[in-house]
Design a protein around this ligand. Sequence first.
Ligand code: NAG
Ligand code: NAG
Ligand code: NAG
Length: 239
Amino acid sequence: MKGGIFEFHMCRLVTLILWLCIIARRETGVLVVRADCVPVTGCNALAYYSVKTGDTIVALTSRFQINEKSLQAYNKNVTNVNVILAGTNLYLPFQCTCLNGQLVHLFTYVIGSTDTLGSIANQTYQKLTTVADIKSASNLDNANIITTGNTLSIPVKCFCGDPKVSRSYGLFTTYVVQATDQLAGVATNFSVDATDLSKLNSDVTSLTPDSIIFIPTRDANGAFAPFNEYVSASVRCSI
Ligand SMILES: *[C@@H]1O[C@H](CO)[C@@H](O)[C@H](O)[C@H]1NC(C)=O
Ligand SMILES: *[C@@H]1O[C@H](CO)[C@@H](O)[C@H](O)[C@H]1NC(C)=O
Ligand SMILES: *[C@@H]1O[C@H](CO)[C@@H](O)[C@H](O)[C@H]1NC(C)=O
């Protein structure tokens, strides 16, 4: 009974969001949120990050705006956050939101004195983003000039699953393909089915270095979180 009422309200909320999208589209021509994200409400997501010499947890939690607790929840084998060795791979949790019809998160980054857009995209954020995407998200003009102390928006793409492919997966890691990666090897290393991995990434079969793929990942409890049925059901009942 309670669940039913909750669902009813969620349904109305989603209807309202959809209406606001349509109104925003009509009135301003500017899309703030569009209903073509699946699901429209976004989801939790993770970014795969390989610790480099000089990285500290304090620096990483600040760079990715996460708290130490949630970092530990997704990285159970990190027993001492004060000692984090280069080469350790981390799952960094973040909120995947719908922005201009795209699932993405905007991290906030304060420009340091030795930074360039290239170093921020390629080293600081390990190619989870690109120079072009930072420029677009931060409204920079064409020049690559950045000013120490200014703030940039760093967009990192994310994924919430595709119920048409599989309802078993609802939590994904944004992963940057490395030079020697092959689909089968990545599937093995991340303990996912290679066919599922391919289908969930637009039927990719050969991986392009530096491209982004989304890997189904176990949640903090160690189980694959299913696609968020709840929201998709609500959207269905509202239209
Ligand atoms: C935890 O395990 C993952 C995957 O096995 C590995 O990549 C990572 O480096 C490990 N972290 C630590 C601190 O051992
Ligand atoms: C950053 O990486 C891209 C490929 O992902 C490359 O084309 C570009 O030259 C790199 N930029 C810098 C400054 O390293
Ligand atoms: C899989 O893991 C092995 C051993 O840690 C590593 O050498 C290899 O590069 C990994 N492959 C991929 C595709 O991640």
